[in-house]
Write a protein that binds this ligand. Structure first.
Ligand code: HEC
Length: 172
C-alpha cells in the first residue's frame, strides 16, 4: 500500500457508511412500528369478527346484552391487564349513549377522515419518552341486526362508517 493511500482522508462513501452504521436505532424503531401496525391489524380483525359472531348468535332481541357492551367489557379487561387501549365510538354525530363520541383531538380528526371514506387513520404520539401508535378503523353497519337497537343506521349506505375503534398501542 502506498503512503498516499494510507493517509487519504475518509471518502464520502465511507462517511455515509459510518453514519448509517452509527444510526441503527432509526431502523429498529421502524421495525417496531411495523410490528405494532401488524399487531393492530390482527386485533382489529379479531375484535370485529368477535362482535359479528356475538351479534349473530347471541342477540335475539333489544333486551339482550348489546354487542357494544360486551366489546367494552373486553376492552376494559385488556387495558386492566396492561395490554393496549381500544375504544368504541360513534362517527355519525348521533350516538345511542352521549359519552360514546370522539374524546380527544386524535379521535375528532379520525371522525373526519373516516367520514371522508378513509379505511384507516393513524398518528404516532410521544408520551414520557415512549412512542405510541394511535389508529382508528371504521365500523360499517355490519349486520341487519344492528339496526334493531340503532334505528338511525337504517339510513346509512352499505359500507359507510357509523362507528370506529380507536387503538393506543405502545411501540416496542
Ligand atoms: C341489543 C341492542 C344492540 C344491538 C343489536 C347493537 N347495538 Fe350497538 N349499542 C347498543 C347500546 C345499548 C350501545 C351503548 C353501549 C354503552 O355505551 O354502554 C351501543 C353502542 C354502539 C356504538 C357506540 C356509539 C353509540 O351509539 O353509543 C356503536 C358504534 C355500535 N353500538 C355499533 C353497533 C353495530 C355495528 C352493531 C351490529 C353489529 C350493533 N351496534 C348492534 C345496542 C345495540
Amino acid at each position: 500500500m502506498s503512503t498516499s493511500q494510507r493517509t487519504r482522508p475518509l471518502s464520502l462513501v465511507s462517511l455515509l457508511t459510518l453514519s448509517l452504521l452509527a444510526a441503527p436505532s432509526s431502523g429498529q424503531a421502524d421495525e417496531a412500528l411495523e410490528r405494532t401496525r401488524k399487531q393492530l391489524r390482527m386485533l382489529d380483525d379479531l375484535y370485529k369478527t368477535a362482535v359479528v359472531l356475538i351479534t349473530t348468535h347471541y342477540i335475539n332481541g333489544a333486551a339482550d346484552l348489546p354487542s357494544a357492551s360486551a366489546a367494552m367489557a373486553l376492552f376494559d379487561a385488556m387495558k386492566e391487564k396492561g395490554w393496549h387501549e381500544v375504544r368504541l365510538f360513534d362517527v355519525t354525530g348521533n350516538p345511542l349513549v352521549a359519552r360514546n363520541i370522539a374524546k380527544d383531538a386524535f379521535e375528532e380528526k379520525a371522525v373526519d377522515e373516516l367520514r371522508a371514506g378513509k379505511a384507516y387513520y393513524e398518528q404516532i404520539e410521544e408520551r414520557d419518552g415512549a412512542r405510541y401508535l394511535r389508529a382508528a378503523t371504521p365500523i360499517p353497519v355490519l349486520l341487519e341486526k344492528c339496526t334493531m337497537c340503532h334505528p338511525g343506521y337504517q339510513r346509512r349506505k352499505a359500507g359507510e362508517a357509523i362507528g370506529a375503534l380507536s387503538y393506543t398501542m405502545l411501540i416496542e
